[in-house]
Design a protein around this ligand. Sequence first.
Ligand code: SF4
Length: 535
Amino acid sequence: MMTHDTDTQGYEVGYDDAGEVQIIEGVARDETADLLDAGTQATALEGGCTASGGSMEAAARAAGKSEILDQYAEDYPQGPHDQPQSMCPAFGSLRVGLRMKRVATVLSGSACCVYGLTFVSHFYGARRSVGYVPFNSESLVTGKLFEDIRESVHDMADPDRYDAIVVTNLCVPTASGVPLRLLPKEINGVRIVGIDVPGFGIPTHAEAKDVLAGAMLNYAREEIKAGPVARPVGGKSDRPAVALMGEMFPADPMMIGAMLAPMGLAAGPVVPTREWRELYAALDCGVAAAIHPFYTASIREFQAAGRKVVGSAPVGHDGTAAWLAAIGDAYNVKPDQIAAAQNAFLPAIKGALAGSQINGTITLSGYEGSELLVARLLIESGADVPYVGTACPKTEWSRPDAEWLEAKGVKIVYRASLEDDLSAVDAIKPDLAIGTTPVVQHAKEAGIPSLYFTNLISARPLMGPAGAGSLAQVVNAAIAGKEKMDTMRAFFEGVGKEDTAGVWEGAPNLRPDFRAQHQKKLDKMARAAKAQEMI
Ligand code: SF4
């Protein structure tokens, strides 16, 4: 308990046992630190996206983070695309925390990372502040940062305002071994959840959502094991329910619920959940559906709770038929009830698909994890989709979708790099390129109509009859814009591109000698980094 200031002059204020933890004096830490070369130690302090992922990881391992990094390597396998080529992965977990009621989020990381993450979270409509515990090189290496974090969570832990506080270590504190696991599990009834989300351990922001969702499910599972927990605010379903993993369009869970009803089942909470009590309700479901296939840590929690997990999703005709059958099987529903659910919805899906045909060749790439599902829907709508690139890894839970797509001749690239996606666009020259920002930009430069996957495709209903007709309008409108793209391209022809883009009075002042000199510097730095790796 905290005492008044005047009573504590000359005394150290103790909050909990974590204050007794020795952070900087462990023998093992000193020995391993000695093994690190000066460059690697500097990386832990100064590194980030620009530092070599290898040296950041080496620093993190030497600082005692091997266990969590090994777990991440197993959960989120890397290669061939190891480095984030999109936004900072921590945005995924930050967004999950910010969307939860009565949950506070605190970041521990370099100010530039926190600035970027805060900016993006408000750009995407976060209505709450992001907490930040700043540090400098001294507070980082002396362990004072951990104490500052501990103090901040104690200050914030007000049970009237919060159910939980999520503290996230970004790259530098992870590489420096800031031990969030030593934070108290709970303060004044407020749960404290500490996670490491480094860019060198978590490949995509999608998978970072799973890091936090998995950590919270784990916490909730331990609470359930320890005794009775609070009922969800919305009450408990009177029918057996299916928990849904993956962020989706708000109408999709309702559509799924309607399709499950003829089997006597209901749609359960969507994970990541919007409030803490929903975690209990999700774990209470007998079956969990991995609608998005990368929720590895969350799936581990469902399985540890004895729940069955079903992959794929009810998209399009074939996908819905197979998914309803798989869920029915998992719940031992009678075949005639499964057939009743299929018969109630499959004709409507067929009708919606027939009424909203797409005619054209489409390349598809994204980092949301729903790329395979969208590709299925496009193909059933009549489109030719020769290439699908996803930044997410291949998992057991997308296997039915991959098999269906491969049977249709689709080339799927998991952990696709930007280069993979761009080469597909260049080689296929599609009528429409659906992809990430740089893919869309590249396609537009080539006069190919394009759509952003995240904003325009994954933010639409995809499930059941509602999803069946939802893509055609936007896709067909984009394909029909080809003529407009050609006109624009002709209009801008000759204005230059890349570093000669723009309006010039004379010829652009190109300096190939500067460029060659800079390239030499980069090569030299790369050689030095390689040599350090070998030491
Ligand atoms: S936390 Fe994100 S922005 Fe910061 S260095 Fe790591 S990957 Fe980059």
